[in-house]
Design a protein around this ligand. Structure first.
Ligand code: AMP
Length: 249
């Protein structure tokens, strides 16, 4: 069973991004970029399936600028067997990514595609769902536990009321939630090994996909600043303020 894992290069979760002065977006020049954390969980899960003898090959795929090769090398250092970069300078939106991933899936014929539930830069939470629709495959989002059993994959999902378990026929789409696993640390020997693994670069045109953005960002702004709080000397004053000023009790 081949497993395809789409990985996105995003601003590192430790970086506090600044909004550009013209409100057109956030400034990502010279900031640290990393693999989207949910995608690290996806690569880790694919590796565990391979180590358990359920998967035969794990292929990482990224869509975006040349530097996404670094993200793919990280995926291969975690253990992915090879990687594909769909290279473009166009600012990709989820629908374009889903179309590119569908074209890659048509070529590679994986039985399972594991994506992150969302990318932490745009918080879209759309790509996996769109890809499932384009491929016509079943999907289980927000995975907490994944178990491949013959021609089925059992996925326990995090839902509002608790956990829900679904049985999907393969091929299928799974998107990872935070508690699915704890990704392993990348070791130096594995970073060195990853340098020798195959990384193919293709262009959207070769896949016959039009990646032109369909959505336009009107404005990006900072969240409103919180007004400063007040220290009160005791509980009685606090209760009085809540009653008389805030009028919440
Ligand atoms: P999103 O729908 O943008 O929140 O992204 C959900 C998931 O789709 C991510 O966690 C990745 O697994 C995948 N994905 C999104 N954008 C890309 C990209 N440019 N390249 C590869 N995978 C992507």
């Amino acid at each position: 069973m081949k497993v395809l894992v789409p990985v996105k290069r995003v601003v590192d979760y430790n970086v506090k991004v600044r909004v550009k002065s013209d409100s057109s977006g956030v400034d990502i020049a010279n900031v640290k970029m990393s693999m989207n954390p949910f995608d690290e969980i996806a690569v880790e899960e694919a590796m565990r399936l391979k180590e358990a003898g359920k998967a035969t090959e794990v292929i990482a795929v990224s869509c975006g600028v040349t530097q996404c090769q670094e993200t793919l090398r990280t995926a291969m250092a975690i253990g992915a067997d090879r990687a594909i970069l769909v290279e473009t300078d166009v600012d990709l939106q989820p629908l374009a990514v889903a179309k590119l991933l569908k074209a890659v899936a048509d070529r590679e014929q994986p039985q399972l595609i594991i994506l992150g539930k969302q990318a932490i830069d745009d918080d879209c939470n759309q790509t996996g769902q769109m890809l499932a629709a384009l491929l016509g495959w079943p999907q289980a989002t927000f995975a907490y536990k994944v178990a491949v059993d013959g021609d089925k994959v059992m996925v326990t999902r995090e839902v509002d009321g608790g956990l829900e378990t679904l049985a999907l026929n393969l091929p299928a789409i799974v998107t990872t939630d935070l508690r699915l696993n704890e990704p392993r640390y990348v070791t130096l020997p594995n970073i060195m090994k990853a340098k020798k693994k195959t990384l193919d670069v293709i262009k959207p045109d070769e896949l016959g996909v039009d990646v032109t953005p369909r959505l336009k960002t009107i404005k990006v702004s900072e969240p409103p600043k919180r007004s400063a709080g007040v220290m009160v000397p005791d509980v009685a004053t606090l209760v009085a303020k809540l009653k008389n000023e805030a009028k919440v009790i």
